[in-house]
Design a protein around this ligand. Sequence first.
Ligand code: ZN
Length: 123
Amino acid sequence: MRTGGKRIYINGYFYRIHKVFRDKGYFCCSKAGNAGCKARGHLVLGSSPPKYKITHHHNHPEEHNEKIVLDFMNQLKVVCKSGVNMTVKEIYEDVARIHPEGAKLKTFNMLRTTLYEWKKQDN
Ligand SMILES: [Zn+2]
């Protein structure tokens, strides 16, 4: 699923940058569409640590788990596509050791099909 715009993560929430003007990126909550969340703001592009301002409150809880799952999945994807000589089960167990939180949220059985897909594309 892709609706365009760069996805960013700040303090437990995901945002989507919808406009860039001069040195600022304007974003709104990733749940603005379906959940009608009004939280939005802007950040100074290239600032480190990032300088940002967020206005309006979220109408839903933090997406902390989603971030954990995203990191876990990204790592699995990288290893699956690396062409490493391991089964998807071994890859999963290896990455799960580094991302135990992610493994709790996404079990091997839940990801099996996805992992095989990623591995297959490489061969
Ligand atoms: Zn929100």
